[in-house]
Design a binder for this molecule. Sequence first.
Ligand SMILES: [Zn+2]
Length: 210
Amino acid sequence: MIIKTLVIGPIEVNNYLVIDENTKDAALIDAGGDWEKTVKLAKDNNASIKYILNTHGHFDHTAGDYDLREKTGAKVLVHQNDMYFVENIKAHLELYNMPKFETPKIDAYLEDGQIIKVGNLEFKVIHTPGHSEGAVCFLVDDVLFSGDTLFADSVGRTDLPGGSYEKLKDSVINKLFTLDESIKVYPGHGSSTSIGHEKKNNPFFGIKAQ
Ligand SMILES: [Zn+2]
């Protein structure tokens, strides 16, 4: 598995191109908006993007969905509970004074426990509501893509529509901190970390999973 990171847009969202070394099939975790950069990165790595997997529906993670789907033919997936954000992306971009993007076209909804095969890689969907109702993480081998649910020494905000600190805490403690401590965590913003590091150091919880 090869992981390439792109930092996209004014909100500096991490997009991850995850490539199966053998088949060169790839998944893009979140699409911040700069499709040219993403297509070039895929080309430079001989990779073919089969899926765009959105960790949640906020515009900084989905603004590139429409263009990248058009340019690559990749299928775009998001959890159904975040369709409010997808459908209202133009209004939200305007509200935050962001560049304009087309409304994403969604090919299928993500579900908890679902496995998405990309070449020989298997992405397991873990529904982690809290940052938003439809927030998910993706577990592939020993790597977790955590979106805006879990950051290095921090967590995502819960003051946007559908956000809930209680749900976020429940998701992180019972669904993420129960994973093996060696698992590396690649968040939607900022630097990477690990489950073990966050269980010991994340100041938002300070307690271990039971
Ligand atoms: Zn977000």
